[in-house]
Ligand binder design. Sequence first.
Ligand SMILES: Nc1ncnc2c1ncn2[C@@H]1O[C@H](COP(=O)(O)OP(=O)(O)OP(=O)(O)O)[C@@H](O)[C@H]1O
Ligand SMILES: [Zn+2]
Length: 726
Amino acid sequence: MTASTVDVLLPLGLDTPYSYLVPDGLALVPGDLVTVPLGSRLMVGCVWPRRGDAQAKEVDTSKLKAVKKRLDHRALPPDLIKLIDWMADYTLAPRGMVLRMALRHEENPSPARERVGVRATGHTPERLTAARRRLLDVMSDGFVRAKTDAAREAGVSPSVVDGMVDEGALETLVLPPPPAAETPDPDHATPTLSEPQAEAAAAMVEAVKARAFSVHLLDGVTGSGKTEVYFEAVAESIRAGRQALILLPEIALTQAFLDRFTRRFGVTPAEWHSGVSTRRRGRILRGVAEGEVQVVAGARSALFLPFRDLALTIVDEEHDPAYKQEDGVAYHARDMAVVRARFSSSPIVLASATPSIETEVNARRGRYGRLALPLRFGGAKVPGLAPIDLRKEGPPRGRWIAPRLQAEIGQTLEDGGQALLFLNRRGYAPLTLCRSCGVRVKCPSCSAWLVEHRFRRRLTCHHCGYNAPVPENCPACGEKDSMVPCGPGVERLQEEVQVLFPEARSLVLSSDMTGGMERMRAELDAVAKGEVDVIVGTQLVAKGHNFPGLALVGVVDADVGLGQGDPRAAERTFQLVHQVAGRAGRGATEGRGFIQTHMPEHPVMQALVKGDRTAFYETEINAREEAHLPPYGRLASLVISANEGPAAEGHARRLAASAPRAEGVRVLGPAEAPLAVLRGRHRWRLLVRAPRGFDLSGYLRAWREVAPRPTGNTKVSIDVDPMSFM
Ligand SMILES: Nc1ncnc2c1ncn2[C@@H]1O[C@H](COP(=O)(O)OP(=O)(O)OP(=O)(O)O)[C@@H](O)[C@H]1O
Ligand SMILES: [Zn+2]
C-alpha cells in the first residue's frame, strides 16, 4: 500500500512539516498552498520539499489526515522556499514562523468582488423611451462598460440598464479585475545623467542583463542622485518584462519616493507596507505572483512576496537600522535580501551615502562591486560641519542652543533660508524629577524613566507605551508643584526656538506625533515647499529627504548614543549626523552644519568635522578588527526573560554553564540587561562571540540540544548578528 503523501509546513511555531495524504486526482508540488486539517480546524499551509532522509522514513499512512484542497491562485516560488529554509537555519527561528511572514496575507484572502460589464447585442427593442435611447446611443460603439459606467455616461438609472439586459438589447459579461498596478513606462521621462551617474547606471543595467547574482554598493554622497541612477536599472528590468523590488527603510518617506517614481515612470509602483489596506495587499500579492506587478516599493516585509520573475532588488539607505527586525523572527532585511537575490540568481544594489561597516568591508574586499558617485548632482557642495565645544561655549543653564548656533540660525533666517535642528530625543523632556526629594518618575513595568510629552500632556514609556498624566504633586514625598522636567526633547527644543525666534514658523518632526502618516506626509511636504522656517526633528529627519531650501543644520547633542557600551554607537552616530547634515545645501544656497559636542576630539567628531569619510571608516574598521567585532568576528545575543528576576537569572546561569566548548568561541555573561525590566519581564543577557567564518547558527543549535529547557514563563530569545545591545 503506497498511499501518496506530502509534507506541509504550517505557519506556526513548528520547525518541521507534517505529513498529509494526497487525495486521488490532486497533483501537488512544493510551494503549492493547501488547506489541511489541524486538530479540529482547517489551516493554510505550504507543500514543502522533502529533505533527503525524510523519504526513507516509514510513515503509518493509516493515521494521516488528507489535504483538503489546493488554493489555486498561487504558490510560493522556489527561491522563496529556499529563503525561508535558509532564514530558519540561520536565525534559529522555527521554520513555520518564517513561513508565516510569507503567508500572513493569505489567512483571509478576501475574494475579489466580481465586476459585471455590459455590451450592445445589436438587437433594438420596438418601444424605446428617451432614457433607453440615450443608453443605446452610448453603447452603440460596441465597447464593454461596467454597468455603473454605462448608466453614468448615459445619464440614466442602473435600472434602465437592467431593463435593456432583460429586453436582450444588452448582454452581460464578467469583467476582468482591474490590474493591481499599472505598467510603468521605462521611457516616460528619462533623465540626462552626469558622467559618473551614467557610468554607475550602465554597470547596474549590465548586472540586470546578466541575469546572475551580483551585489553592488551604490556609494554616493548625499544628494548625488542615487535614486535617479538606480531607476535606470529598474527601467531595464521593466523593459525585459521582469520584476524589481525596491526596499525602503521608512514608510513615512514613501510618498516623496512614489512621487519621484511617478515622474520617472508615469505610474506609481505597487506600495507594500503595513499602512496599505488588506484588500489592496491581497491584489498586489496576486499581481506579484502572476508577474503582472512589475515594481514593488516597500518595507522589509516585501522581501517575502512571491515574485514570479525577480530581476533586481534595490535596498535604499542600506545602513538604516530599521531594516533589522527585532521581535519575532530576528532578521536583517538587507542581509536576507542579498540571500534571496542569490537564490533567484539576480543582482542586488545596496545604496547609501554612509554604508554600514559590514557593507563597506565587503566592498573593500571586492566581494561587492562599488559604484561611486563622489559629487552632488548639479555641483552643489556637501555642507561642512563646524564643531561647537559645549564645554567652552555652551548655552546658559536650562537652554540647549549655544550662542554661536543661535547667531547662525538668526543669520540663516534673515537670508531667507530654512534651518533644521536635530536631536534624537522624542517628547518634551527625557526625565521628570521631584525638586524636593529627588525622586524620578519611572515606568511601572520597565527599567526606564518616563518621558514627558507635552502635546499629549502625558508621561510615556518609550519601551512599552505605558502612559500617565504628569503628576502635579510628587508621587513619593507629596510635595506640591515640585515636579520638574530635566533635559531636552524635541518638543522642548521647539519651545526654545519660539523664544529665541518668535517670528519664525517652527515645526517638530518626530515619528510619534499625533495625526499619523497623513499628517507627517503633509508636514514633510510643507517643509519641502518652504512653508516652515525652523524644523526640529528626531532621526526621522536623517532619512533621505530632499528639502531644497534647507541652508543650515544644527546637531544639538552629537554625544547622545555614544559611549553606552554599544559596539555600533560610533557607526550609528556618524551615519546619523552625516545624513542629517546631508539634508542641507541641496538647492541653490550653500549649506552649513554645526555640531554641539562635549568631546570634539572624539574620532567620530573629528571625521565629521573634517568631512573625512575615509578617516571614519579607517578608524572604525581597525577598531572592529582589533576587537574581533563584526564583520571581523561574529556575535549572537541571548536574552533570557521571566516574570521573576531570580528565575531569569537562574536560567541564564544554567544556560551559560551548558555552553559547548568550541575553538575561539566565548560566552560572555550572564549579566543583567541594560534594560533590566521590560514590560514587566526581567531580562538577563548572554553574548556569544565567535571567529569570523564560524558557523554560529550551527553552534547555537547544538547548544540548544544540550541546554536545560526553560520552565514556567521563562523564555530565551536568540538574535544572530544583533544590532541592539539593550
Ligand atoms: N540626472 C539628474 N537629472 C536631474 N535631476 C537629478 C539628476 N540626478 C539627481 N537629480 C536630482 O538631485 C536631487 C538629489 O538626488 P537624490 O535624492 O537621488 O540623491 P541621493 O543620492 O539619494 O541623496 P541622499 O543620499 O541624500 O538621499 C534630487 O532632487 C534629484 O531629482
Ligand atoms: Zn514601560
